[in-house]
Write a protein of this length. Structure first.
Length: 216
């Protein structure tokens, strides 16, 4: 593998050698699962505690979250469970996080997404499941391609950690005609001035009123 690539990509390739098409990712800041400081334009992750022996993502509607965290990107390379879960709880096994947010597309076309996790995860775009990487397993990548129109899109990443072992969660994206990179909501923000919107309607921005202004 060429030098200068993120540890996350190295693990993905090493543990998925049979998947010849698994891409490498350029250097990007290593993140945590999130912090408790609210980020309106980032991903909000609701944290849930799971019953031991859970082997798949739960039905979150039947559970009550124990807290929420926020992040703009998910680039968590494999880490020891002994490091624990930062922020809301010291739980290091049997927990789940349901991230939700939005992103703005200013270049319509075919987008590719990659979701790698240990254990299970799923990716939804505009309420449609596009990647199913569920179950208990070592870090494992799954990919999809989806045509996106310009404007606001909703994104959801559901993740769970089973028995004490290794924690990992990586979300990557490739814009039309571009290479893979770690997905970050900071790179998919809509123009600050509604008049500059090339695609979509500012009133579609979550938390906005009909005039495109952010609600307080």
């Amino acid at each position: 593998m060429p030098t200068g690539y993120a540890l996350a990509a190295a693990y993905c390739l090493a543990l998925s050698a049979a998947r010849a098409q698994t891409p490498t990712l350029p250097d990007a800041p290593i993140t945590t699962f999130g912090v408790t400081v609210v980020d309106p334009s980032g991903l909000r992750g609701d944290v849930y505690l799971l019953r031991p022996e859970t082997d798949r993502l739960p039905n979150f509607e039947k559970l009550k979250p124990v807290g929420s965290i926020y992040t703009s990107a998910l680039n968590i390379p494999p880490r020891s469970f002994e490091d624990g879960f930062p922020g809301v709880t010291d739980r290091f096994e049997w927990f789940a996080i349901d991230y939700r947010g939005y992103f703005y597309v200013d270049n319509p076309g075919m987008y590719r997404f990659l979701l790698a996790s240990d254990d299970g995860s799923k990716l939804y775009i505009d309420n449609k499941r596009v990647i199913d990487n569920d179950g208990i397993h070592p870090i494992h990548p799954e990919q999809c391609s989806i045509t996106l129109k310009g404007g606001i899109h909703h994104i959801r990443i559901s993740y769970f950690q089973g028995p004490r072992n290794v924690l990992a969660l990586i979300l990557a994206v490739a814009r039309p005609g571009e290479d893979w990179r770690v997905f970050s909501t900071n790179e998919f923000r809509p123009p600050r001035n509604p008049a500059d919107w090339k695609y979509g309607d500012p009133s579609d921005l979550p938390g906005s009123d009909a005039g495109g202004k952010r609600k307080k």
